[in-house]
Design a protein around this ligand. Structure first.
Ligand SMILES: [Zn+2]
Length: 508
C-alpha cells in the first residue's frame, strides 16, 4: 500500500469552492503547473510565498510516493503593465529604461529568482519552460481558436471572443464573476475599440514600431498575449487535462479564468481538475505594497536592511515563519512574529540535529513493554499519524508544525534523560525518528542552519557583544572598535539596532 492510499489528500479546490478528495487522473502520478515569475525585476516576497507554498505541496506529493511532474514557467514576454491588453511589455520597458537587450533583463532577473529560490531551499521544478521558447505553439493555438470561431483578428491583433465562448461554456466559472457585470465594468481604454467587447482579451498583439520584442505571425509582426503562454505550456507538458494548477490569489482573475477559457475553447475539455490559490502577505496588518513603502525584498529580509526591520532573519527562519500559516490565510510580517519564529525554528531544528544521532540501545517489542513504555509508544504513534493527517488535510503546514513542536518536546525529554528510548517499541521508535526528519527536511524543506553549534556560537558572540557594550560605556572606543573589526575579519558583522540592541550576522 502506498502512503497516498493510507493518507489520502483532501484539498480546497478553488474551482468548486469545496474541499475534495484528491484523485489523480493517472494513478500514482501528479501533474502540476504553477504560474512562474515575470522576470523584469527582483522577485518580491509575495511571489516567494507562492512558490514556497507549491514547493511544499509538491514535496508532500512526493513524500506520499506519488511521481510528480511539476511545471513552473518563466514569463519573459507578453506581460503588459497593469496586467491589461494595452501598455508596454514589462520586460521591454525595463530594457528600454536600462538600455539593455530584453534578454539581458530576462537573464539577470531569472538568475536572481533562482538564487532566491535556492536560499529558501525551494526545489527546481521538473520543467521550467519560457514563454519566448513557445511562440510557435502560441501562434498555433491562436489560429485554432480563430478557426473555431472563438477569436477574431483586427489590425494585426487577435482577441478572444468571450461572449461567443460563453454561449456554450461558462466564462467566470473559476472566479465566480458574472459576464454581464464584467461587460459593464471592463476598463475603457483608447484602442479598446478594436475589441468587440470590453471583456475580450488579447491572444496576439500587433507590435508598434518601437516595440522591441516581436515575432512574425500570420497576422504580421507581434507578440503573444500573457494568458495564452500558460495554456500552451501547461497542456504541452502535462496533457489537455491535468491534475493541479496553482498560483497567487491575484492571478485568479483574469489570468486563470482566461487560461480556462482558452484551453476549453481550443481542446473541448476542461484543462484542470484542481485549482489552488495561495493568499497574500501583509506587513503589520497592512497590505504589502511598494507605494506604502512597506514592501521588502527577500534579500532585505535576510540582511535586515529595511527601515521596518529590527534585524535580519535567515532564509530558513523566514521559510519556517511562512509555513506557520496555512497557505490560504494571509500572512502578516512583523518583527515580533519573526523573532518568535526564529526562536521556534531554533527549537525544532535543535531537536532535528539531536534525533538524527539518537539511537536505541536495546530493541524492544510492543508486547513486552511496561505500561509507561506502552503509553509513550502509543503517544508517538499518535504524533506520527497526526503529521500525515494534518498535511493530507489541505496541506496544513501550520498544524503539522504544532505536532512537530510536540514531537520536539518528547525528543527533549529523551535528551534530558526523563524518557528512555529502550522503553519504546523499536518499530515505533524508528518510525518516529524518520517521520520527524522526513517532515522537517523533505516536506517542509527546513534545513539545520549551522549544525548543532548554533547555541554555542550565539552564546559566545553575545559575551563579546556585552563586553563591547561595557567598554563603550567606559568610553574605551578603541577597544570597542577592535572587537568589532576583529569579528568582521573572521566574517561576523555586528549590527547596531534600535534601543542600543546589537545583533550579528555571519557573512557568507
Ligand atoms: Zn500563468
Amino acid at each position: 500500500m502506498k502512503l497516498y492510499e493510507k493518507y489520502p489528500i483532501h484539498l480546497s479546490n478553488s474551482l468548486s469552492g469545496e474541499k475534495e478528495k484528491f484523485e489523480s487522473i493517472t494513478p500514482g502520478f501528479v501533474g502540476m503547473y504553477v504560474c512562474g515569475p515575470t522576470v523584469y525585476n527582483y522577485v518580491h516576497l509575495g511571489n516567494a510565498r507562492t512558490f514556497l507554498t507549491f514547493d511544499t505541496i509538491s514535496r508532500y506529493f512526493r513524500f506520499l510516493e506519488y511521481k510528480v511532474r511539476y511545471v513552473r514557467n518563466i514569463t519573459d514576454v507578453g506581460h503588459l503593465e497593469g496586467d491589461v491588453d494595452e501598455g508596454e511589455d514589462k520586460i521591454g520597458k525595463k530594457a528600454r529604461l536600462e538600455q539593455l537587450e530584453p534578454m539581458e533583463i530576462v537573464k539577470r532577473y531569472t538568475e536572481d529568482f533562482h538564487s532566491v529560490m535556492r536560499q529558501f531551499n525551494i526545489l527546481p521544478p521538473s520543467i521550467e519552460p519560457s514563454a519566448t521558447g513557445h511562440i510557435v505553439e502560441q501562434i498555433n493555438i491562436t489560429k485554432k481558436l480563430i478557426d473555431l470561431g472563438l477569436a477574431y483578428e483586427v489590425n494585426g491583433s487577435v482577441y478572444f471572443d468571450v461572449k461567443k465562448y460563453n454561449q456554450s461554456h461558462h466564462y467566470g466559472i473559476l472566479s465566480g464573476r458574472n459576464i454581464e457585470d464584467l461587460m459593464e465594468s471592463g476598463r475603457d481604454l483608447d484602442s479598446q475599440d478594436e475589441k468587440r467587447e470590453k471583456i475580450d482579451f488579447a491572444l496576439w498583439k500587433k507590435a508598434s514600431p518601437q516595440h522591441i520584442m516581436r515575432w512574425p505571425s500570420p497576422w504580421g509582426e507581434g507578440f503573444p498575449g500573457w494568458h495564452i503562454e500558460c495554456t500552451v505550456m501547461s497542456t504541452k507538458y502535462l496533457g489537455e487535462t491535468f491534475d493541479l494548477h496553482g498560483g497567487g490569489m491575484d492571478l485568479k482573475f483574469p489570468h486563470h479564468e482566461c487560461e480556462i477559457a482558452q484551453a476549453t475553447g481550443a481542446n473541448g475539455k476542461t484543462p484542470v481538475k484542481y485549482w489552488i490559490h495561495s493568499n497574500m502577505l501583509t506587513v503589520n496588518g497592512q497590505k504589502m505594497s511598494k507605494s506604502l513603502g512597506n514592501s521588502f525584498l527577500p534579500s532585505e529580509l535576510f540582511s535586515g536592511s529595511h527601515a521596518l526591520l529590527q534585524k535580519g532573519y535567515s532564509p530558513m527562519t523566514v521559510r519556517f515563519f511562512m509555513l506557520q500559516s496555512h497557505y490560504s490565510s494571509t500572512l502578516d510580517f512583523s518583527n515580533d512574529a519573526l523573532n518568535a519564529a526564529e526562536k521556534g525554528f531554533k527549537k525544532i531544528s535543535n531537536s532535528l540535529s539531536f534525533i538524527k544521532k539518537m539511537t536505541q540501545p536495546i530493541s524492544s517489542l510492543k508486547s513486552q513493554l511496561s505500561s509507561n513504555g506502552l503509553d509513550l509508544t502509543n503517544n508517538m504513534e499518535r504524533m506520527i499519524k497526526s503529521c500525515y493527517e494534518t498535511m493530507s488535510d489541505d496541506f496544513n503546514t501550520a498544524k503539522l508544525i504544532a505536532t512537530l513542536f510536540e514531537m520536539s518536546s518528547t525528543i527533549n525529554r529523551i535528551k534530558d534523560g526523563v524518557l528512555f528510548t529502550d522503553q519504546i517499541d523499536t518499530a515505533t521508535f524508528n518510525d518516529f525518528k524518520s517521520t520527524y526528519i522526513g517532515m522537517m527536511e523533505e516536506v517542509l524543506g527546513l534545513k539545520e542552519e549551522t549544525g548543532g553549534n548554533n547555541d554555542l556560537l550565539d552564546g559566545t558572540i553575545n559575551v563579546l557583544i556585552n563586553l563591547r557594550k561595557k567598554v563603550r560605556t567606559d568610553k574605551n572606543f578603541a577597544l570597542s572598535d577592535k572587537i568589532r573589526d576583529d569579528l568582521k575579519a573572521i566574517g561576523i558583522q555586528l549590527k547596531d539596532g534600535k534601543d542600543g540592541e546589537m545583533s550579528y550576522e555571519i557573512e557568507s
